[in-house]
Design a protein. Sequence first.
Length: 101
Amino acid sequence: MNKKINTDSVRMLFEAILTLKDEDECFTFFEDVCTINEIISLAQRFEVAGMLREHKTYLEIAEKTGASTATISRVNRSLNYGNDGYDMVFKRLSDTGKKED
């Protein structure tokens, strides 16, 4: 765990997120906590990660998502050298039958 984000306020935010019961509550909470652009950027990174896991090319990903090559590279680094957070979530989504892309 990155010590820079392991703060009381970040833990409180994560605890708040873990109380959300469904997608409607997520929309309500995140629309208050984040700007629309921040939510869209997070969603875009998640979509990029899914496409990278499917071995799509940077060009395919950029065309479909509108992500810059810098964003795609950043997500790719997280997939290759990160804490496996994306993989953990994608596995759980596939185990529950949710679509990855």
